[in-house]
Design a protein around this ligand. Sequence first.
Ligand code: SAH
Ligand code: SF4
Ligand code: F3S
Length: 471
Amino acid sequence: MKKPNMNEARKRHNNSEVKYTSYSVNTTKFGKGKKYYVRTYGCQMNEHDSEKIVGMLESVGYKKSEDIESSDIVILNTCAIRENAHDKVFGFLGVLKHIKDTTNPNLLVGICGCMAQEEVVVNEILKKYRYVDFVCGTHNLDNLLNIIESKIQTNNQTIEVLSYEGDIVENIPVVRESKYSAWVDIIYGCDKFCTYCIVPYTRGSQRSRKKEDIIDEVKKLKESGYKEITLLGQNVNAYGKDIYDDYNLANLLKDVSATGIDRVRFVTSHPWDFTEEMVDVIAENDNIMPYIHLPLQSGSNRILKLMNRRYTKEDYLKLYDSIRSKVKNSSITTDIIVGFPGESEEDFEETLDVVNKCKFDGAFTFAFSPRENTPAALMKETVSEEVKMDRLHRLNEVVNKYSNEANKKMNNKIVKCLVTSLSDKDKNKVCGYTENMKLVNIEGDKSLIGKIVNVKITDTKSFSLDGIYVK
Ligand code: SAH
Ligand code: SF4
Ligand code: F3S
């Protein structure tokens, strides 16, 4: 058994220790005739990790199941970012226990993802959740099949979580959810240590993939028909810093754009690492999409400092204005936390001030949630739940007003959409995304799926647009 250790996870190991290897797990086809069910929580990186989990399971014969009752294995790919992410997973474990106790006693239950990296979680699983069959951390995901096989052979609860970064493993089998839009990892981990955030502990230090491996992956995706790729990292703007002297995200964006793939996207950007050179590259290349997710977190310089965000309100606004002025038809979204320890009404008003100045296309807003072992969790909480909720509510009103306004500006325009699937709302329609990442429900035939087509916007809502296909 290998358990996580948060103190070890805090340490930053010498980058030269990072090894680049290729997936080499070789097991029997022990999943033949069996079915899997994978449930994903959290961010895009986790969504992509789930595609690897599915890839590995299918490589040994497992087939997808639509429901848990008829599954042989259920894997929860978990997120630790806020307490409610935890609660959801523990709630679902209760459901799985009931299924194991009644209709499906042989069901294997496994936990992967960021919660697996948390000491408190693993201790709790050892104490109270003995029916969880295996736990596999984020740094050794490539070893998942060995962990499952070992569980099956020994029938012991199997826990394997490393508190130091594993190798960067290329060529892990992957089964992608979409045939048109693909995730591509470019940098793992994060070294920013924002004081509220657990990611630097659960994902380890910043480690970039080699540029050749990334470009090669994009070329292959293009050859197999993909129209869009999204470069992934907790802080993509730090790309290359750990392994190259003079190759950064601006260079990578240029090289990826040069592959000729129709659409290039990237998430998430940290304002501190966002250079003017990067803004210029985004502005100059038509296949780099004009959509930027630029987390603000707070508009108060005092709180930004306590958060260790490394920029001021003024720095943020300067970068924001530069993107808006250089990148045509850009859309910019953000993340904001309210109720950070010490946040006063004046601090909160500074946040509202930035929102009023930026008029974001959209924002994900959160109430501060203390995460075990992070510096902010040791700060005295000064904002009551009631005040947090009140600020969240007030913030959301302003945020929604601006996202509505931004959407309204799209009305009657003809825009390009990558049609990705049938519409969730109306199965007689299809849906897709504009270049600036607005979801559109489109009157049009399902033969449009997988194509980039012109759509005339006919109506706008808070979170989506309506449109009609035009030739
Ligand atoms: N890497 C990204 C964010 C990843 S987490 C960045 O640097 O911006 C996604 C969002 O969750 C964060 O932007 C933040 O707004 C929110 N978040 C992270 N930790 C949180 C916490 N402890 N409480 C509340 N929100 C949190
Ligand atoms: Fe967390 Fe900050 Fe890193 Fe984003 S940049 S993942 S918020 S520590
Ligand atoms: Fe959650 Fe881990 Fe992503 S904590 S947001 S799944 S990196």
